[in-house]
Design a protein around this ligand. Structure first.
Ligand SMILES: CC(=O)N[C@H](C=O)[C@@H](O)[C@H](O)[C@H](O)COP(=O)(O)O
Length: 223
């Protein structure tokens, strides 16, 4: 395993992202949240968009898994859909570039995307939603896969929990993976390691206080 990834083994990666409708949608705020994650013990950060990557790179040397989220009319693929975006993320200092590695129609073929990322000196984190997508990503030379898109594609099970079944399939197939998606408590993050995760990405539960507030408000409403 590449030494950059080896350093993630058994560790927490914090995704610091704010959607366009979030009151926290500001690169300065993302950089401060990232520093809070570093203080709390994050081994790496998962950051969306060029401006946020620049702002976070300016305040920490911790590895960054970079991505873009781009809505396009011609494809459902929105996580880093083009090699131009991937290469720019690498140039801005992302050691790892995450991209949609589902088998859906896409603007550029995956092998071309992986080649471009490697040529730019970064590693490929292939965001997948099924075992078949993970197998395909590894066959094409992905450095690591993440369960990021499980529950968000027509090919995967719609879930409001982590996709434990997918994690078990990946473990049984002997494919290393980063667990990501709806890991909403420390207990669930730890459980992901038991299901075979190489490392764990947590986003909303740490860095989307609006979402977390909703969980509490709903719980009180239902009490
Ligand atoms: C599906 C998709 O677009 N996921 C995005 C990928 O980067 C982020 O919006 C998530 O916050 C991230 O995957 C972490 O997941 P969670 O916030 O559930 O801990």
């Amino acid at each position: 395993m590449n030494p950059v990834l080896e350093a993630f083994r058994g560790k927490l990666i914090v995704s610091c992202q704010a959607n366009p409708d979030s009151p926290l949608r500001d690169s300065y705020i993302i950089s401060r949240m990232s520093l809070a994650a570093v203080k709390g013990g994050a081994a790496a950060l998962r950051i969306q968009g060029f401006e946020d990557v620049q702002a976070v790179r300016a305040v920490t040397d911790l590895p960054i898994i970079g991505l873009t989220k781009t809505d396009r009319d011609d494809t459902d693929v929105y996580i880093t859909p083009t090699s131009a975006e991937a290469v720019k993320l690498a140039a801005l200092g992302c050691q790892v570039v995450a991209l949609d590695a589902t088998l859906r129609p896409r603007p550029e073929p995956l092998p071309e995307m992986f080649r471009a990322i490697h040529a730019a000196g970064a590693l490929v984190m292939a965001d997948i939603s099924t075992l078949a997508e993970a197998q395909n990503a590894y066959a094409l030379g992905a450095d690591i896969v993440g369960t990021t898109l499980a529950g968000y594609t027509p090919q995967s099970r719609p879930l409001d929990t982590p996709d434990w079944a997918l994690m078990d399939e990946l473990r049984e197939a002997g494919l290393p993976f980063i667990a990501e998606g709806r890991l909403n408590s420390p207990a669930e993050a730890a459980q992901a390691l038991k299901h075979g995760a190489f490392a764990v990405v947590v986003g909303s539960a740490i860095t989307r206080p609006d979402v977390v507030t909703g969980w509490f408000a709903d719980a009180l409403r239902e009490a």
